[in-house]
Design a protein around this ligand. Structure first.
Ligand SMILES: NC(=O)c1ccc[n+]([C@@H]2O[C@H](COP(=O)([O-])OP(=O)(O)OC[C@H]3O[C@@H](n4cnc5c(N)ncnc54)[C@H](OP(=O)(O)O)[C@@H]3O)[C@@H](O)[C@H]2O)c1
Length: 360
């Protein structure tokens, strides 16, 4: 009987997504290994300062402890053991579920060594264009990042497939932030701006500091990733980005920010009332049109695709040469641990198929 391929998995970022991913992997590993006649070994788990490694694969009991949040990672060595694990001679997948700017070097190194990388972390893809281009030059076909935009929704794959089959993106409009989608549908149903922020925070939709959502930088990163996929050589600073509060409020504590943001209630109520007069509503829309990128509050038809979107769902409308009169629409939950972690696993399955097919 032919021996099974062994594929090593190295995980950076055992946080909420990372742990959920390990849990889903463990639940499905037997089925995956039998289906693809492959052995998957998690050889290392790394946080920014701690690590646990075993070049033969971590024991199931250790993985279970990590999933349960038990502190079994030890202080990391310098230089990091990630490099040692990437030099094992076996096919490997480096997974980045951190929220760090500092993983780009490891990702590049993985690709240069012929390894694969799967990212839910947007940041490495949003550094300057030269770094992104280096990723592509070192292994575009071995870099996967489906969950960076729309979590488990098939946004990246769809866009890639359109482009690779020779279609041309004419315009892309999207509600790419579940948090901002929720806030503006609450305002539409009569709640104040500050009240809707508080309510989003209570529901767990915002970051612990809601300014992270309200300044639009997460949406800007997603938009930059999409634009680079379409072949644009853009930087994050090229995006015409509207923050939803004035910069001076960055100096406040989170509690004081939440107290003081109510002074803007009247402004957002006014914008919504104005929009409603002409059958419209307001949404935070990320847009690629021609050579321009923007992410800002926009009046849209209430009855349209973006205007009728309610709650925290994401929606992306892609108008292309082929999908011109009836644009292609992708809609659904754009965040959430289960859908994101399953999206990471789905990228891994794509890689396993490549490895089994012998494509490099
Ligand atoms: N949550 C979602 O629904 C969702 C959806 C799509 C994409 N994402 C993205 O997925 C990523 C993870 O999200 P999360 O909610 O799981 O965040 P999280 O709970 O904050 O986890 C991040 C993890 O990364 C570790 N870390 C930070 N810097 C690191 C480094 N340089 N090397 C190795 N590990 C490092 C952190 O541990 P230490 O701080 O101890 O180092 C922590 O364990 C983020 O980039 C997020 O934007 C999340």
């Amino acid at each position: 009987m032919p021996s099974r391929n062994i594929v090593n998995i190295i995980l950076l970022g055992p946080g909420k997504v990372g742990k959920t991913f390990l849990n889903i992997l463990m639940k499905n590993i037997e089925h995956i290994e039998n289906t693809y006649r492959i052995s998957l070994k998690v050889t290392g788990v790394f946080s920014s300062e701690r690590e646990i490694t075993d070049s033969n694969g971590l024991a199931l009991s250790s993985l279970k402890k990590i999933i349960q949040g038990k502190k079994i990672l030890r202080r990391a060595t310098k230089p990091s053991n990630v490099h040692m694990l990437m030099n094992s001679g076996r096919p490997f997948i480096l997974i980045d579920t951190t929220s760090s700017d500092n993983t780009a070097e490891l990702i590049l190194s993985a690709l240069k060594k012929g390894g694969f990388a799967v990212l839910s972390n947007k940041r490495p893809l949003c550094l300057n264009f030269d770094i992104y281009n280096n990723f592509l030059k070192s292994g575009a076909q071995r870099l996967f990042f489906e969950t960076t935009v729309g979590a488990g929704l098939p946004v990246i794959e769809t866009l890639k497939s359109l482009i690779e089959t020779g279609d041309e993106i004419i315009e892309l409009n999207g509600c790419l932030s579940g948090t901002l989608g929720f806030i503006f549908s609450q305002i539409e149903s009569g709640m104040t701006f500050s009240g809707s922020i508080l309510s989003a925070k209570k529901m767990g939709y915002t970051e612990s500091d809601p300014r992270e959502d309200l300044k639009g930088s997460d949406v800007a990163r997603k938009l930059l990733i999409l634009s680079r996929l379409t072949g644009m050589h853009k930087e994050i600073t090229d995006i015409n980005l509207q923050a939803l509060y004035p910069e001076k409020m960055n100096a406040l504590t989170v509690d004081n920010f939440i107290k003081e943001i109510s002074i803007y209630d009247r402004i957002y109520k006014g914008k919504m009332t104005e929009a409603k007069k002409s059958g419209k509503t307001i949404r935070f829309i990320a847009r690629i049109k021609g050579n321009k990128l923007s992410a800002n509050l926009t009046m849209v038809k209430k009855s349209g695709d973006l205007g009728s979107l309610q709650g925290p769902d994401n929606l992306i409308v892609i108008r292309t040469k082929r999908y011109f009169h009836h644009p292609l629409i992708i809609k659904g939950p754009g965040a959430g641990l289960e859908v994101t972690a399953a999206g990471v696993l789905s990228d891994i399955l794509k890689i396993i198929k490549i490895i089994k097919g012998g494509i490099s």
